[in-house]
Design a protein. Sequence first.
Length: 428
Amino acid sequence: MNLPAETSPSDAHLASLRSAERAAGATAGTTKTNLLDLDRDALVAFMGSLGEKPFRARQILKWLHQRRVLDVDAMTDVSAKTRARLAEITTTDLPTVRLDQRSRDGTAKWLFELHDGNRIETVYIPESGRGTLCVSSQVGCALDCSFCSTGRQGFNRNLSVAEIIGQVWLATRLLGEADAAAGVAPGDRSAGASSRITNVVMMGMGEPLANYRALIPALRLMLDDLGYGLSKRRVTVSTSGMVPWMDRLTNDIDVSLAVSLHAPTDDLRDELVPINRKYPIRELMAACQRYVDGDRKKHVMFEYVMLDGVNDSPAEARALAKLLRDFPAKVNLIPFNPFPQSGYRRSSRGRLERFAGVLESAGILTLKRTTRGDDIDAACGQLAGAIEDRSRRAEKFAEPRFGTRPVIAIQPDTRERPVPAPAIRGVR
Ligand code: SAH
Ligand code: SF4
């Protein structure tokens, strides 16, 4: 089991147990528990509340996520009595597939509809030797980064655990079906043969750390060897810099971290990534330091979207190199993906190369991401789903871009957390 080794249960662990207890309690009333909302510990607690032993939870986890069987009645190694009880009090609801698009370059993009009619997008990017699934965490995003199409659409709600892990479930199923149709045998791992998910990046729609409560159980299911069995280095949480929740992540689960930096100075970052006004670069870098502390194998991937004439000059490259000096950093230079009325242009290849050159000569490992899935709008920042914006952001976009916008008072959804927050190192 890939859960973090802990002698006492972590905050998120306790929260998932309590939520299982609540879920079990709820079944006595009207609401059924969605089994896909439960990570291993939560499922053990849930089954325990029905008088069942932990091994039952492990069997069910395998049925759900490895065999992708949703009908509890088909879980033949579970007793008939327990199956009948589960059929009565639980569901295994998933989003429905509204659109399945495949790009010329093999990239796939799916539009999934949620039970309330909201829609989210998930993208699969095949590369030699690996397949990366880009997963959404929210319907829209409240953080309002100026160059991001999702942010521009405003915010509607957080996804549940089942809606997050459901994207992995559905993508695995849909890719498997496509392989079968192409005559690729299940389990065939020969070069380029199968569309296998080897990596997950939380880089779809939304800010994952603003949906912390659902994020952690979903990540645990991705890592769990009875779930998707992904390596901790191949599951990446990308954040725009929600510093206190970065610390909680560091404490709660061991996964890779990407930080959407996009500017080397606070002045510029305040404009591009408004959460910077609340958690400026100095605090962000301190949280990154706490993430890598004590583990020499760890690094942080800094994402940097290349905006022509905005953040892509050699002076900015030098400032970035200085900021990241002595830090175990990789930098990923992302070509800006345009969308209507973004107000930005993609940096030329020449400017990107010059920028990369400055970083490389300062000894910083620099990746130059190529854009994938352009023809189906599947590239980063082009994901917008179909959002009924509760923040009315879209209306506000008549306002000038670089006016003085108020500091965002966004707080992640922790309302239903039943246990007090842990002491977080370095957070005031
Ligand atoms: N909210 C998280 C994860 C989702 S965004 C975050 O901000 O990190 C995933 C990545 O896409 C981020 O690095 C984001 O800055 C980048 N991105 C957003 N809009 C983009 C655009 N139009 N072109 C290129 N990258 C973009
Ligand atoms: Fe939200 Fe990330 Fe887009 Fe910023 S870049 S608005 S944090 S999804």
